[in-house]
Design a protein around this ligand. Sequence first.
Ligand code: ADP
Length: 209
Amino acid sequence: MKLITISGLDGSGKSTQIKLLQDYLEQKGSKVFYFHAVQFSLAKKITDFRNKYCLICKLLGKCKVYTEKSVTKANTLQIFLRKLFLRIDIWRFGLLRNKLRNNGYDYILSDRYFYDSIINIAFLEGREQKFLFPTGGLVAPDFAIYLQTSPENIMWRERVPDQGLEYLKKKKELYDAKIAAWGLTVVDGDRDKNIVFEEIKRVVILNEA
Ligand code: ADP
């Protein structure tokens, strides 16, 4: 079973490419599991649960653990919890992977991966020296693609991230600094989505040959 991850800035086209890749692999007869690192995360699940059932959260309007604002701002405790949850998520993912393997899946396609979660935490910390989140225990993808897309181009797209240009620029610096350390395969995302997909397909097929 292969793990293919697509990382990149918000709005860089990850979901678009994952969908194209999933359709392509399924048409070839492969059994594919779609994985979304944020939807899977414990922090998100707790927030959803609290928003649904917690009376205080309902009164406040929304749970304060994982709000839209918490993408750009978080206090020390929230950052600590993010890191703790991330550790647990990495462990949970290992279990999920074993289960999928036993169920005969050929691929896990990951829309965002824990790399993206690490970048998000690094952004919140805002201090480069702390950007040393250990990736020990993290399942190394078979193909880790980084959709390198310019923040300016993203701001012209059909659906634009709410956090704005400066946020994207800062995050791009964080991603770019990790390309070598994480062994990311860079794919230029500043092109037509079908051209981008042709390259992703080539990367996957070439590496499988
Ligand atoms: P992400 O999953 O990285 O947040 P999406 O795949 O949701 O990004 O794409 C964000 C927006 O950009 C969508 O409106 C999508 O249609 C558009 N988009 C995706 N890929 C491209 C591309 N290569 N060129 C222009 N627009 C794109």
